[in-house]
Ligand binder design. Structure first.
Ligand code: CMP
Length: 816
């Protein structure tokens, strides 16, 4: 204002001599009649050039006027922001106020003129300094198609010095120079955009700072000049994750609009995007080039590498749960090896229990569901709610039963079920939700039960999996026996509960008792009070004993733990091999389908922290061992060479059928049984085997060969289509390897290593993929169906390696 006053005084003083040619005078303006106290661009430039030898070009003089225009000391009649050295009209701000008798008309006094002359040099020098910046801004304000090569050079020079752009190549910066625009906001507290708005541009802060504000959290961070923001909505094609508000007057930004961003920046944006809240990293995204093919040039997307649990959920809801993101096909969910599809939602659902227990998840969902605010528009509130509902739908369909394990889930679902069909959240929701809302119609006692009922129908129509399959447990001999001992004790009972039960029956104090497993080889292990699912964790011929503490040493193996003393060779010979393989596979399939993906997590991270059981997995693994020992037991109990050769043939053929039925778990168990030292050392037996079978076995042995991380098996299984019964121990090995080789927490503040969660989920998805199609084997022509079924369900084996080796040595003593 001061500089404007000085210049105006000098103009007035000069023009008092010849008012008719004065710089400031009333002029006829086309379309507006006579406008008072006007100046013309070209004349203003002429005048400034004549004022001081410091001003040496028209461009420089224009730039100096530009400074005053930016500061609104002068105004363009056309309201344009760029000063033009043309026949364009300007006025001093104070003259534009509309007072005809204002200071404009008055001649400045002598004192004022003297004062202005004294300040002249200082004013010229200040304007000269500010001019380049003003020019840059003016160029940036020009319509992009009007930028001259010189303009582009000036912009490029500026971009080189901006921190947020430092990772970009020269070419990209030059491209940006063509399209980047200037945006300024004179007042503090200006909202640039709101959380939930559609993302239309990306910003870099040139001057000033902004607050990042999130619903329910307030200001989460402050960004300064050199920082950028607004990329998240563009790269994820999602609504704005935060509201941006200027913190001070005169904030200036560079802005790139969405189409340009996608064309120039999307694929070259920084590899890592880090979001902070209160100075801490809360979300780290990393770029993945989803599809390298030329057809999808703008296909780069970002995956979550790390994050705070709460922030990851927020990000998930914002970016993956809108109706338009939910067009996920079933194949995408179940296909384990395709990194092309975005797995963030599925990864989160499969692994959240590792870093965000269900009750915490529900609390957060509840918070996101209950966003109510008079300042946010209705659309935002409805969108937030419907995202939560979509999340719940995905959660229940993909995780099934465990979702309902905690009572807090029930009360939350009750809240959700109350939304009923007349709520707009339902109306605007995608089809699955309508399906869900249909289920509310079920006449049933409580809303959540109705909901569960509805959901269960969906669940069963997808994959028929649930833990009630544990009802099949007694199929297995050992459990039949255990059931007699512990009838009525649930599988998830702790060792302590079992002890209390026993103490009651025995009339002893439970503090004096120990619970121990005694294996068939005499090994004893005391079971800790907190352990759960004890029955299913036992070794094959292991037994649980309850005894007074001081009697532990005296406990010995029971005779029946040693296993059978006679083989079943004759019986086996009567069964068709195909029929045997068929029923083995049916049982395995049943057990396999009962294993929940979560059980793999419980297996690696320990079941106790989750207070959950992994009994289905235990049983499946037990069955593996059982089949393996069955092979060894039968061969070692066959006391003539002829019988042994027959059995060898039978088991190799059985393995071949299992392989054909894609039951790789039983296939491994059989081949490993045949490779057990007690069998493999029987050279006379193997010598008598027809060469065709021997070749077959060598091939099978190559398939189970563990070298190079089970490469042979992995290649073979990779070629199969579901249904597949995978070699479970390898999946567990993969899980353990991932779990032990990677930290879950990246810092003490609780930043989760989500990359690890993704790896764990990949293995868990394998499980889902393998059983994504029902097992529909052609049943064999029934010969002895009932006998085979009974036989297969009640395998009796010796699981003591010492006994087996002993038997083997007796059959074929070592040659001298
Ligand atoms: P976008 O979602 O497009 O709009 C809001 C922007 O705020 C977002 O992109 C980020 O660039 C920026 N931002 C900075 N910190 C955070 C944060 N902790 N959470 C969300 N957005 C953030």
């Amino acid at each position: 204002m001061m500089m404007g006053k000085v210049l105006k005084t000098l103009i007035m003083a000069a023009s008092s001599a010849s008012p008719a040619s004065a710089l400031i005078r009333d002029r006829k303006v086309p379309g507006r009649g006579t406008v008072r106290h006007c100046l013309v661009g070209t004349e203003m430039v002429d005048w400034l050039l004549g004022l001081s030898p410091e001003v040496h070009s028209r461009a420089q003089a224009s730039a100096m006027w530009q400074v005053l225009l930016d500061e609104q000391v002068i105004l363009a009649l056309s309201k344009e922001h760029q000063f033009k050295d043309k026949f364009v009209f300007y006025r001093f701000h104070e003259d534009a106020e509309g007072r005809g008798d204002g200071p404009a008309g008055r001649k400045p006094g002598q004192d004022a003129v003297r004062d202005a002359q004294q300040k002249k040099d200082e004013v010229i020098s200040t304007l000269t300094q500010l001019a380049p910046d003003a020019v840059l801004k003016a160029i940036l304000r020009k319509p992009t198609h009007d930028r001259s090569p010189d303009d582009l050079e000036i912009i490029y020079e500026e971009l080189v010095h901006i921190r947020a752009l430092s990772h970009l190549s020269t070419t990209v910066k030059r491209e940006l120079a063509n399209i980047i625009v200037f945006e300024s906001h004179p007042r503090a507290e200006t909202v640039l955009f709101n959380q939930g708005d559609e993302g239309v541009s990306w910003y870099v802060i040139l001057k000033g700072s902004v607050n990042v504000v999130i619903h329910g959290k307030g200001v989460v961070t402050t960004l300064q000049d050199g920082d950028d923001f607004g990329q998240l909505a563009l790269i994820n094609n999602a609504p704005r994750a935060a509201t941006i508000i200027t913190r001070e007057d005169g904030c200036q930004f560079l802005r790139v609009d969405k189409d340009d961003f996608n064309r120039i920046l999307r694929d070259v944006e920084a590899n890592t995007v880090r979001l902070k809240e209160h100075g801490r990293d809360v979300l780290v995204l990393e770029k993945v080039s989803a599809n390298p093919s030329a057809a999808h040039r703008h296909s780069a997307s970002y995956t979550v590498m790390a994050g705070m649990p709460q922030k990851m959920l927020e990000h998930l809801l914002e970016t993956r749960l809108d109706a338009r993101h939910l067009s996920v096909r079933d194949e995408d969910i179940i296909r384990p090896y395709s990194s092309a599809t975005d797995m963030f939602l599925d990864d989160f659902l499969l692994t959240h229990i590792m870093f965000m227990p269900t009750h915490q998840l529900i609390t957060e969902l509840m918070r996101n569901y209950r966003i109510e605010s008079p300042t946010q528009d209705k659309e935002f509130v409805v969108a937030s709610k419907s995202r939560v509902v979509n999340f719940v739908y995905q959660w229940v369909t993909s995780i099934r039963d465990p979702v309902f394990d905690e009572t807090i889930t029930h009360s939350f679902f009750e809240v959700l079920s109350l939304i009923k069909a007349n709520n707009s959240a339902i109306h605007s929701a995608p089809t699955p939700l309508l399906y869900l809302s249909h289920s509310f119609a079920f006449a049933s006692s409580s809303p959540w039960q109705r909901l569960k009922l509805g959901l269960l129908i969906i669940m069963y129509s997808r994959l028929s999996l649930d833990s009630t399959r544990l009802a099949h447990v007694p199929l297995l001999s050992i459990l039949a026996a255990l059931r007699e001992y512990f009838r009525g004790i649930p599988v998830n009972a702790t060792a302590e509960t079992i002890k209390l039960n026993a103490a009651d029956k025995l009339g002893l104090r439970h503090e004096e008792l120990v619970l121990a497993e005694i294996k068939s080889n005499g090994e004893k292990s005391v079971i800790a009070d907190t352990e759960v699912s004890i029955a299913t964790c036992l070794s094959i011929n292991g037994r649980i004993f309850v005894s007074p503490k001081d009697h532990l040493d005296a406990m010995t193996v029971l005779p029946d733990q040693e296993g059978p003393s006679d083989g079943t060779c004759n019986e086996l010979e009567m069964f068709s091999t195909r029929e045997l393989a068929y029923y083995i596979t049916l049982i395995d399939w049943d057990l396999f389908c009962s294993v929940h993906e979560y059980e793999l997590l419980y297996h690696v991270a320990g079941a106790q922290p989750f207070r959950k059981i992994k009994s289905n997995l235990d049983l499946f693994l037990r069955r593996f061992n059982e089949i393996q020992y069955w092979v060894v037991t039968e061969i070692c109990l066959a006391n003539t060479l002829g019988k042994r050769v027959q059995l060898l043939r039978k088991f190799i053929k059985l393995a071949a059928y299992c392989k054909e039925f894609q039951n790789l778990n039983a296939f491994f168990a059989l081949v490993m049984g045949l490779s057990n030292v007690a069998v493999s050392r029987l050279t006379q037996t193997w010598e008598r085997l027809p060469s065709k079978l021997r070749k077959m076995f060598t091939e099978f042995d190559g398939l189970i060969e563990p070298s190079r991380n089970h490469r042979a098996y992995r290649i073979a299984v990779g070629k199969l289509q579901p249904p597949i019964l995978p070699f479970m121990p390898l999946l567990l090995k993969d899980m353990t390897f991932t779990h032990e080789g990677n930290r879950t927490l990246l810092d003490s503040a609780g930043l989760i290593n989500f990359e690890k969660m993704h790896m764990l989920a990949q293995t868990m998805r394998t499980l889902r993929y393998c059983r994504s199609r029902q097992l529909l084997l052609q049943p064999p022509t029934p010969r002895s169906e009932q006998e085979v079924r009974n036989y297969i369900r009640n395998l009796r084996v010796i699981d003591n390696q010492r006994i087996l080796t002993g038997l083997s040595q007796r059959l074929e003593p070592k040659r001298a």
